[in-house]
Design a protein around this ligand. Structure first.
Ligand SMILES: NC(=O)c1ccc[n+]([C@@H]2O[C@H](COP(=O)([O-])OP(=O)(O)OC[C@H]3O[C@@H](n4cnc5c(N)ncnc54)[C@H](O)[C@@H]3O)[C@@H](O)[C@H]2O)c1
Length: 263
């Protein structure tokens, strides 16, 4: 295998669906071995079938420190090292305004959403730092257009994605020169991105909401809603030791130009 990521081992959270799955497929195509971590065991099994022995899977909840440690251990055991971690698992709040939630619901939604979007990123980063330092590797965080401005979600989602931007910048500063830390900020993308148990929206999926997909496409200067695969090259660039070696504290915006427009 002579791809740009040849010989790298990459651990991806939220790898069973959407953007994480597209990144796993692309990374294997580019020569990497992948450890796919997700709470959806059935979808993970399907990914493992497609990727064969270049992929190891771990079913579990990445908001649990033990699962994150197991993901790192699996990478080391199965492939001998860990070169890159993609902190990608995430959930959405469906634009729900906090002034339209009961106070108790807002607290529960905060705890659920920040646990998945923010805590899981900190945990996988913390659990992998030793292995990443050893390999001179990198961390890539799935941010969002909501990491930069209002309107990409509700207050809770936007706050969580701003927090991820802070994590990218701070870790890029603290972990240099040993480990590069970057992010990708997709705009609206047709995936199974789902809501929260606390807001009774966990069964809502973006890809089954035609109105949302149409709205996303209409708002984009490119007049289309992105597919998960459209972002995979951004992750591959950041992971690449050849092409990404000077990229640190960089968040690649992949939103079709949405955020470059006034008004
Ligand atoms: N789809 C979009 O429009 C969009 C836009 C910007 C950013 N993003 C971000 O991209 C990332 C991936 O989302 P997606 O759109 O591919 O959605 P998705 O639902 O298709 O994929 C997310 C995956 O994360 C997994 N997951 C969620 N919580 C988990 C947990 N606690 N433990 C383990 N796995 C867990 C899910 O099972 C799922 O497979 C998220 O961080 C999301 O915020 C998505």
């Amino acid at each position: 295998m002579t791809g740009n990521l040849s010989g790298q081992t990459v651990l991806i959270t939220g790898a069973a669906s959407g953007i994480g799955e597209a990144v796993a497929l692309r990374f294997v195509k580019d020569g990497a071995n992948v450890v796919a971590l997700d709470r959806n065991a059935d979808a993970l099994a399907g990914l493992a079938d497609r990727l064969g022995d270049r992929c190891a899977v771990l079913a579990g909840d990445c908001t649990e420190a033990d699962i994150c440690k197991q993901g790192v251990a699996l990478a080391l055991e199965r492939f001998g090292k860990l070169d890159c971690v993609v902190a990608n698992a995430g959930v959405y709040d469906w634009y729900k305004r906090i002034d339209r939630m009961e106070v108790a619901d807002m607290q529960a939604a905060f705890e659920e959403l920040f646990r998945i979007n923010v805590l899981s990123t900190l945990l996988i980063a913390r659990c992998s730092i030793e292995a990443l330092r050893k390999s001179g590797g990198s961390l890539i965080v799935s941010c969002s257009n909501a990491s930069f401005r209002a309107g990409g979600g509700g207050t809770l989602y936007t706050a969580s994605k701003f927090a991820l931007r802070g994590i990218v910048y701070q870790l890029a500063y603290e972990w240099a020169p040993d480990v590069r830390v970057n992010g990708v900020a997709p705009g609206g993308t047709i995936t199974g991105l789902s809501g929260l148990d606390a807001l009774e929206s966990s069964s809502r999926r973006l890809d089954s909401e035609n109105r949302t997909v149409e709205m996303v496409a209409k708002a984009s200067p490119l007049k289309r809603a992105a597919e998960a695969e459209d972002h995979a090259g951004c992750y591959a660039l950041l992971a690449s030791r050849r092409d990404g070696k000077n990229l640190n504290g960089t968040i690649l915006v992949s939103d079709g130009g949405l955020s470059s427009r006034m008004g």
